[in-house]
Design a binder for this molecule. Structure first.
Ligand SMILES: Cc1cc2nc3c(=O)[nH]c(=O)nc-3n(C[C@H](O)[C@H](O)[C@H](O)COP(=O)(O)O)c2cc1C
Length: 178
């Protein structure tokens, strides 16, 4: 069974190119199960209580600290449950939207999505595939000033997702199924 998690972050809805492309990715993959996460619907920034809870060993966390991490755990659980992650990536000011950065801070979790080892950090989500729908107004994918795709690829690799494909058009998505 294939389970696709769709993550959108465009502030726009009906007119969003990245949302249109992620919908097409899901349609093309025709998975048995889908989950949608809309980051434009307020992902909280991490704060001091969050950082304190995250770096408290799991067994030592108070109930209040568990509550602080509950939403982050939900976002991590969504990633762990998915086989394929379809990510809409609108370029905002040469980088990822702030809502996506907030999501990244919530899901880059030691012990949950990566571990520190003798050889440095190792991602725990190996084996998953990410398809990223890149939408921009004038920053070509891979341009020297495209900090959005390079950053997102690096972060996904950090948590173990190294099979990452970027698409910018419906034709490229159709070709994925071929
Ligand atoms: C706040 C904001 C910042 C943007 N910054 C850039 C940019 O740095 N480079 C670029 O090529 N396009 C930029 N754009 C244009 C968007 O990347 C483009 O409209 C894209 O289609 C947005 O994705 P969406 O259609 O899914 O909303 C920006 C748009 C907005 C709203």
């Amino acid at each position: 069974m294939t389970h696709v998690l769709t993550i959108n972050s465009s502030a726009r809805h009906a007119t969003s190119a990245s949302r249109k492309l992620t919908a097409q990715i899901v349609q093309t993959l025709n998975p048995e199960k889908t989950t949608e996460r809309d980051l434009s619907q307020s992902v909280p920034h991490i704060d001091e209580a969050w950082v304190g809870a995250n770096f408290t060993p799991m067994d030592d966390r108070s109930e209040a600290q568990k509550d602080v991490l509950a939403f982050s755990d939900t976002l991590v659980d969504e990633l762990i449950a998915a086989d394929v992650i379809a990510i809409g990536l609108p370029v905002y000011n040469f980088g990822v939207p702030a809502a996506m950065k907030a999501w990244i801070d919530q899901v880059a979790r030691v012990g949950r999505t990566f571990n520190y080892t003798e050889n440095g950090p190792v991602g725990k989500l190996a084996g998953k595939k990410a398809i990223v729908a890149y939408a921009s107004g004038g920053t070509p994918l891979g341009a020297e000033y495209d900090f959005a795709s390079t950053y997102l690829r690096h972060v996904l690799g950090f948590i173990g997702i190294t099979d990452v494909t970027f698409v910018t058009s419906e034709e490229q998505i159709t070709a994925l199924a071929a």
